[in-house]
Write a protein that binds this ligand. Sequence first.
Ligand SMILES: Nc1ncnc2c1ncn2[C@@H]1O[C@H](COP(=O)(O)OP(=O)(O)OP(=O)(O)O)[C@@H](O)[C@H]1O
Ligand SMILES: O=C(O)[C@@H](O)C(=O)CO
Length: 420
Amino acid sequence: MTALALGCIADDFTGATDLANNLVRAGMRAVQTIGVPEGPLDAAADAVVVALKSRTNPPQEAVAQSLQALRWLREQGARQIYFKYCSTFDSTPQGNIGPVAEALMDALGTDFTIATPAFPDNGRTVFKGHLFVGDVLLSDSGMRDHPLTPMRDANLVRVLQAQCRRRVGLVDHRVVAQGPQAIRARFDALRAEGVGLAVVDAVSNDDLLRLGPALADLPLVTAGSGVAIGLPANFGLAPSPAAAVLPPAGGLRAIVSGSCSVATNAQVKAFVAAGGAAWAVDPLRVAAGEDVAGAALRWADERLAAGPVLVYATAEPGAVRAVQEQLGVAEAGALVERTLAAVARGLVERGVRQLVVAGGETSGACVQALGIRQLQIGAQIDPGVPWCHARVAGGGLHLALKSGNFGGSDFFTRAFEVLA
Ligand SMILES: Nc1ncnc2c1ncn2[C@@H]1O[C@H](COP(=O)(O)OP(=O)(O)OP(=O)(O)O)[C@@H](O)[C@H]1O
Ligand SMILES: O=C(O)[C@@H](O)C(=O)CO
């Protein structure tokens, strides 16, 4: 393997793919690993993204996992480290973004880093330290009522400060607009004031491209996936279709969806409205002991040859609440994830070689059930979602792991057109 430019640690699976996608688009060959590999990587790459499942873990656990990933990335010769979290910052005052960032700073012996979840391509912007989701402040967005990480304050300086020992400061939009030199000067000024982490404003990709060169000398960058678009140039890499080349696609096509986000509900509806073959998983039948995965697979057997089939548990909030009230939130989630993972495995055994999975937790369950350890990242379908390629029993598998909130309403049909 050639020398690794960027070593990345992502706090969830779909977020890791999102980051790798932006790196590939900016010219880096990127590989995503599922967890920390045991040995060296067996593929050529400029960037590796180690996908953890640490987003909602207590700080001590997230720190331990992240440090283990850091050790492995340094053994691979990574020249810069990137800690990726969610573009909606999913991290309450008890969250682990601050503790993980500071533990990585300590391990890398650095006294300064940045923090910005900005991802303008998906409507996440940071202005005066405040995070916007589309047109509204984070605290007025759906994230206000997120079941695990309710975000009630959009002021990221305040949110991050509540998690950090070091002082948190701000590089505001007027400085970013002046370009890399001004940004570097502001870094120096903040450092001199004793600031260890700086939230950086960015409302456009141009802002992120101005920020990129100013980050060249930082051992550690902490951010959403957006900041990645400005980094490959620091390593002499330019956008090139060659970075996104995957083996040719073939085989049967399917979609497994466990996300209940607004975006995924719209995608399921659009697929069904366009005449797509779709099977709804009823969690209560699973809870009653029925072999729902087996029934879904028998249904799919009749239809797979004709085109992509969709097996989904995706439901509107009222229906999800009703199931959760009967089964409990965690039990309902785990039971649906197990069912969809069994369906994904069965579909691949039946010859599916192009598979879309919707939802972060659902993707984690499916990837684990398929025994996938490593993904090569290919072309983008929609912002934040690329096609990937993995080795599975019986050959290669093209896989798209879609974050709940990402993708246009025609995602489930267009994904396969992009691959063709
Ligand atoms: N009908 C349903 N009733 C109850 N729980 C469900 C139902 N359908 C899916 N779930 C559960 O809801 C959770 C959805 O989480 P998941 O991370 O997969 O999607 P998401 O939150 O939309 O995606 P992301 O994390 O990428 O934003 C999973 O645990 C899934 O098993
Ligand atoms: O940054 C994002 O919004 C996504 O990559 C993500 O992390 C979803 O879980």
